[in-house]
Design a protein around this ligand. Structure first.
Ligand code: PLP
Length: 436
C-alpha cells in the first residue's frame, strides 16, 4: 500500500532484497544497498547511518550524469515549470517546444555535420538507434551486405541487444550472450595514454582491419578518448582521426558514443573535440539532463538521414512511448544552458587539478598499478581485483560515495564539487584502494 510515512529502513531493505532487481544483481539481493533519503548539492543523505555517516559526497555523479549536483534550483525550476504545462504527451503526430528546442540546441553544440536528432529514452536505446540508422543507411543505398560493426575490445555501449554486441567480448557481464549476439569485428583496444604518442603500428592495425572488412562493415562504433565501464582507460585522440580517415577511405560510417564523455567530462564539450573530428552518428545521454531524468539522443548527418529516406522503407522504424518526454527535454535544455553559461571548462580544469594533486601520492602505494586523471575523471588502477564491499565501506567511512569494480577505484565528481569536498573524494579513493 502506498503510504506517505516513510518505511522504516529495515522494512524497506527487506522489501528491496525480496522484490527489486538492482544493476547486475542477483534475485533475491545479496548485498545491502544504502538507502538514500534525499540528495542536495554534491551530497547524498542516507536514511540510516552507514559506517557512522549519514551524508556522503557523491564521487560518481550518479554514473556520470549529475554534473550540476542534486536539487539544483535552476533545474528544479525547469522541471516544475514544465510540469505545470504537461509531463508527457506521445510524440507520434505531435510535437512540443521542449523537444524542438532541445534538438536545435544539440545540433548547435555538437560537431557541424550532425543535423538530425532522435530523442531516445536511455543511452543504450540511443546506441540501438544509432546502429539501426547505420544498418538501414546501407540497405537503403542497395548495399545490404554492409551490416556488421567494428569496435574496440574493452568497450562498453549499454545493456540492450545491439549495444551488447559491441561491448567487450572477452569479459564483463555480456559474455554470457556472446554465442547469440551478432558477431562483430573487434580491433585491439587502443594503447593506453591520452598524451602518449600515437602508435603507428596500432594505427595500421585499425586501417587494415577496416579495409579488410569494408564490404561487410556498416559502421565503426567506439567510445572516443575514454573507454569507461570497460576499464576506465584513456587513449590518444589521434586514433579517432585514424578512424575518420579509414572510414572515409573505405565507405564505412563512424559512430561516436559520447554518452559518458559528453558535456565536458573530459575537458572538451565532447571528447571528439580533442581530435577535431566529427562522426556520422553520435550518441549522448547521462549528463544530457544533468542526471535529472532519463533521456538520450542519437544525432546523425544529413548524408545518413537522406540515405535512409531514399530507401524502400524510407522511415526510421523506431518510436518509444516516452520519446521526447517534455520534462526530460525541458531539464536537458536547462542543464545545457547552465553548463554553457558558466566557464565550465575552467570548472572541469579545477577538478582535474584537484584530482591530480589529491591522487599524486597514490602512484607509490602498494597494490596501485596506475594513476590517471583526465578532465573530471580520476582513476586508481590496482594490481588485483578490488574487494568491492571492503573498498566501498572504506570510502563510506571517509564520507564518500564510490563504486569500485574490477581492478578500478575511480571518481567522476559533479563539476560543482568544491575544493574541500574534492580533497575528501581523493582521500576516499586512497582509502578504498588501500582497503580493497
Ligand atoms: N554507452 C556508454 C559509453 C556508457 O557509459 C553507457 C552507460 O554506462 C551506455 C552507453 C548505456 O547508457 P544507459 O545506461 O543510459 O543505457
Amino acid at each position: 500500500r502506498a503510504a506517505r510515512t516513510p518505511l522504516p529502513p529495515d522494512v524497506l531493505l527487506e522489501l528491496d532484497r525480496r522484490h527489486v532487481w538492482h544493476p547486475y544483481g542477483p534475485m533475491p539481493g545479496r548485498q545491502q544497498p544504502l538507502v538514500v533519503e534525499s540528495a542536495a548539492g554534491v551530497r547524498l543523505r542516507l536514511a540510516a547511518p552507514a559506517e557512522g555517516r549519514t551524508e556522503l559526497i557523491d564521487g560518481m555523479s550518479s554514473w556520470w550524469s549529475a554534473i550540476h549536483g542534486y536539487q539544483h534550483p535552476v533545474l528544479d525550476e525547469a522541471v516544475r515549470e514544465q510540469l505545470s504545462r504537461m509531463s508527457h504527451v506521445m510524440f507520434g503526430g505531435l510535437t512540443h517546444e521542449p523537444a524542438v528546442r532541445l534538438a536545435a540546441r544539440l545540433v548547435e553544440i555538437t560537431p557541424e555535420p550532425l543535423r538530425h536528432v532522435f530523442l531516445a529514452d536511455s543511452g543504450s536505446v540511443s546506441v540501438e538507434v544509432a546502429v539501426k540508422m547505420c544498418l538501414q543507411y546501407w540497405r537503403s543505398l542497395g548495399r545490404p551486405g554492409k551490416q556488421r560493426l567494428l569496435t574496440w575490445r574493452g568497450g562498453y555501449h549499454g545493456d540492450t541487444w545491439q549495444p551488447m554486441s559491441v561491448c567487450d567480448p572477452d569479459g564483463g557481464m555480456h559474455q554470457l550472450w556472446s554465442g547469440v549476439l551478432q558477431r562483430q569485428v573487434f580491433a585491439d583496444a587502443p594503447p593506453p595514454g591520452f598524451d602518449a604518442p600515437a602508435d603507428p603500428a596500432y594505427a595500421g592495425h585499425l586501417r587494415e582491419l577496416i579495409g579488410r572488412h569494408a564490404d561487410e562493415l556498416a559502421a565503426v562504433v567506439v567510445e572516443p578518448v575514454v573507454q569507461g565501464a570497460g576499464g576506465m582507460s584513456f587513449h590518444s585522440p589521434e586514433y579517432l582521426r585514424v578512424l575518420r580517415e579509414a572510414c572515409d577511405e573505405h565507405d564505412v560510417l563512424l559512430v561516436f558514443d559520447e554518452i559518458a564523455t559528453g558535456f565536458g567530462r573530459t575537458g572538451q564539450l565532447f571528447a571528439a573535440g580533442h581530435a577535431g573530428v566529427a562522426p556520422d552518428v553520435m550518441c549522448v545521454g547521462k549528463a544530457l539532463t544533468g542526471g535529472y531524468l532519463t533521456m538520450a539522443a542519437a544525432l546523425c548527418t544529413s548524408r545518413v538521414a537522406e540515405g535512409i529516406s531514399r530507401g524502400e522503407v524510407p522511415v526510421l522504424a523506431h518510436g518509444p512511448t516516452f520519446m521526447g518526454n517534455p520534462l526530460a527535454a525541458a531539464v536537458a535544455c536547462a542543464s545545457i544552458d547552465l553548463l554553457l553559461d558558466q566557464d565550465w571548462a575552467q570548472q572541469v580544469k579545477r577538478i582535474e587539478s584537484g584530482l591530480r594533486e589529491g591522487l599524486a601520492g597514490a602512484a607509490g602505494l602498494p597494490g596501485v598499478r596506475d594513476v590517471r586523471v583526465l578532465g573530471a575523471i580520476g582513476v586508481l588502477q590496482l594490481d588485483h581485483e578490488v574487494d568491492m564491499a571492503a573498498a566501498t565501506r572504506a570510502a563510506v567511512r571517509a564520507g564518500v560515495w564510490l563504486r569500485p569494480f574490477r581492478d578500478l577505484v575511480y571518481a567522476m565528481p559533479p563539476y560543482v564539487t568544491g575544493d574541500e569536498d574534492l580533497a575528501r573524494i581523493c582521500a576516499g579513493l586512497l582509502g578504498a584502494a588501500a582497503a580493497g
